[in-house]
Design a protein around this ligand. Structure first.
Ligand SMILES: CC(C)(COP(=O)(O)OP(=O)(O)OC[C@H]1O[C@@H](n2cnc3c(N)ncnc32)[C@H](O)[C@@H]1OP(=O)(O)O)[C@@H](O)C(=O)NCCC(=O)NCCS
Length: 152
């Protein structure tokens, strides 16, 4: 089941984030995301096992963060969560942007499956725990077949 994130989900969501990210968002950032962004969670057996945070901006949106608990990855939940979260966006965006580490093959493949493609490379964008930096791939998904509306 996919539903909007609530303040009571922050603990569970933050726990998942800490398992998968080297520089995790804080609980305060998740608490803020509940009211500021379109934040969704996916449940299995009434337990939160993933989340997705989308930021609507005018007639576009940014995918800020998403994750599935490592114990539940590879079962189609990330795909389902992202597809449905995009459908839930109330601003009906013409395009959605995201940034992802070049080494994050599972995420890049998921985004391609959902219809995103690379438009740019931002060099040395992400910090690594060892002090080195990693490039970011910028991806976009066009949400309209009406090309004219993308250039108005
Ligand atoms: C990226 C992530 C959300 C994918 O979630 P998931 O539930 O495991 O993904 P799904 O099972 O729905 O897979 C959907 C598609 O993603 C791709 N994918 C998922 N895991 C993959 C892997 N290990 N290797 C390659 N491709 C993979 C595949 O294209 C897959 O489609 P397919 O099953 O038809 O081949 C999950 O790996 C994750 O939480 N990673 C850590 C956090 C993260 O990197 N978030 C994104 C950046 S903020």
């Amino acid at each position: 089941m996919i539903r909007l994130m609530q303040t009571s989900d922050v603990e569970a969501v933050s726990h998942i984030e800490q398992k998968v990210q080297s520089h995790p968002w804080t609980k305060n950032q998740f608490a803020e995301a509940v009211t500021t962004y379109q934040s969704t969670v996916i449940e299995q057996d009434e337990k939160v096992v993933g989340f997705c945070i989308l930021q609507p901006v005018l007639d576009e949106a940014n995918l800020l963060l998403m994750a599935i608990d490592p114990s539940q990855q590879g079962r189609g939940l990330g795909y389902q969560l992202l597809e449905e979260s995009i459908q839930l966006l109330k601003n009906n965006p013409v395009q959605i942007f995201l940034e992802v580490r070049v080494s994050n093959t599972p995420a890049i493949k998921l985004y391609e499956k959902v219809g995103f493609h690379q438009i740019d490379l931002r060099k040395n964008y992400y910090p690594n725990p060892d002090g080195s930096r990693e490039h970011a791939i910028i991806m976009v998904k066009a949400c309209t077949d009406d090309f004219a509306s993308l250039f108005k």
